[in-house]
Design a protein around this ligand. Structure first.
Ligand SMILES: NC(=O)c1ccc[n+]([C@@H]2O[C@H](COP(=O)([O-])OP(=O)(O)OC[C@H]3O[C@@H](n4cnc5c(N)ncnc54)[C@H](O)[C@@H]3O)[C@@H](O)[C@H]2O)c1
Length: 395
């Protein structure tokens, strides 16, 4: 087999910003046959299918109908986080391998059900946390795990976006729909990226989270305020070895910021520290419109139209493994590594659900400031999945 027949479920913002390039203009394009699309949104479905010439009889409003009518090898489930589990489980049960954009799911129960179904069906599941393919994160992971810095003690990670990412008044709408900041939180949209990168680098199990949320900028937006959303959230994550990290994420930087997202990390360990200047990709431009930072490491629009960068490599490599698996060429070790709970984003969903619950159960301490409750993640996992299952995840 040379090409995977892929069904794309959900063709909203993330497909417009990232995956259309993967599917049609990347080094992985030759191995992907975008064979069918399912999305109930007429506007998005028609845009994608007309642009990329998906035949009328391969366009569906429901993934179930797509699975019945089209023979496929793989699917990509680009639906909102809380709708990842249903289509993923249906696709795995139909014998497909599945790519899911981060996070695995909004709830631990869903993440567990997806992992269990992949195990039961023997199919592959891959979560696209693109930071895992950022060369700086990969190098940090290898160096940290070689023992070079000693035990991780305290870290700070931050990822703060421009306001236009969440502002329903910004024209044109930047990322998503008018209720974006109410449906997503800085935790679900941003913290998960950093939590996953952190967990991958240190290879530790998170055991407690506590979040503090600030809502000052979004409720003051004009003419349309965002009433329910947070501007900024600081999530403190504690690990079993006593180490802890603050992951600070938000989306209220002035739109004049030099980059869409300003992000970095400092990790202090027993024998040294390392700084990940993630907002320093090394390319600045001075232009009549302003001073900008360009991040070609994430998305590199090359002059021949090819799009490269870790935003593309991350899902692309998952598909490469799917194809190798279909051709009987995926070695057992790689397969085993792909299917560990960490690799499948289980602990990141644990941090996500824990942090969201922390804020829900928190207390307002000042105008627009909520201090969350400390959440015991072992208890949360046991409550959600039962003690035996939680223990099997090392919790
Ligand atoms: N790689 C990244 O860094 C990155 C960036 C943005 C979003 N994401 C993730 O991508 C996913 C989608 O986010 P988005 O911003 O594109 O959301 P979106 O709301 O813009 O798009 C979601 C699409 O899914 C469709 N959909 C909803 N229910 C469906 C169903 N049952 N079957 C088929 N389609 C359905 C919607 O109609 C919509 O077109 C989320 O999990 C999000 O966290 C990842």
């Amino acid at each position: 087999m040379k090409k995977l027949r892929v069904g794309v479920i959900g063709v909203g913002s993330v497909v417009r910003e990232i995956y259309q390039h993967l599917y049609f203009h990347s080094d992985f394009t030759d191995m992907l046959d975008i064979a069918a699309v399912a999305d109930p949104n007429d506007q998005f479905r028609t845009w994608f299918c007309d642009t990329f010439k998906v035949p009328q009889n391969r366009r569906f409003t429901s993934h179930k109908e797509m699975l019945e009518k089209v023979e496929l090898d793989a699917a990509q489930v680009n639906t909102p986080d809380h709708i990842h589990a249903g289509p993923t489980i249906d696709c795995l049960n139909a014998g497909l391998d599945v790519v899911v954009p981060k996070p695995t799911a909004a709830k631990l129960k869903d993440a567990h059900a997806m992992i269990e179904t992949a195990r039961k069906t023997g199919r592959l599941l891959g979560i696209d946390f693109h930071k895992r393919e950022d060369p700086r994160i990969k190098e940090a992971e290898a160096r940290y795990q070689s023992g070079r810095y000693g035990q991780f003690q305290v870290g700070v990670w931050y990822m703060v976006d421009k306001l236009m990412v969440a502002d329903p008044n910004h024209k044109p709408m930047f990322f998503a729909s008018p209720d974006f900041a109410e449906r997503n939180t800085p935790i679900s949209f941003l913290t998960v990226h950093m939590a996953d990168a952190l967990i991958k680098v240190v290879n530790l199990t998170p055991i407690e989270v506590k979040a503090v949320g600030y809502a000052h900028a979004l409720p003051a937006l004009q003419p349309r305020p965002v009433i329910k959303g947070y501007d900024l959230v600081d999530t403190e994550v504690r690990f079993a070895n006593g180490a802890h990290a603050h992951i600070i994420t938000g989306w209220h930087l002035p739109n004049t910021a030099h980059a869409t997202t300003v992000q970095s990390s400092r990790m202090i360990c027993a024998k040294g520290l390392f700084d990940l200047g993630l907002d320093n990709p090394g390319f600045y431009e001075i232009h009549p419109d302003g001073i900008f930072q360009v991040n070609p490491l994430f998305r590199n629009f090359e002059k021949d139209g090819t799009v490269t960068g870790y935003g593309i490599t991350s899902p692309g490599r998952l598909y490469q493994k799917f194809l190798a698996y279909r051709n009987g060429k995926l070695d057992a070790k790689t397969q085993e590594r792909m299917m560990t709970p960490g690799e499948l984003g289980f602990y990141t969903t644990l941090v996500l659900e824990g942090a969201e619950t922390s804020l829900q159960q928190g207390e307002k301490v000042a105008d627009g400031v909520t201090v969350g409750k400390a959440m015991d993640l072992r208890k949360l996992a046991a409550d959600q999945l039962g003690k035996k299952v939680a223990a099997a995840y090392g919790l």
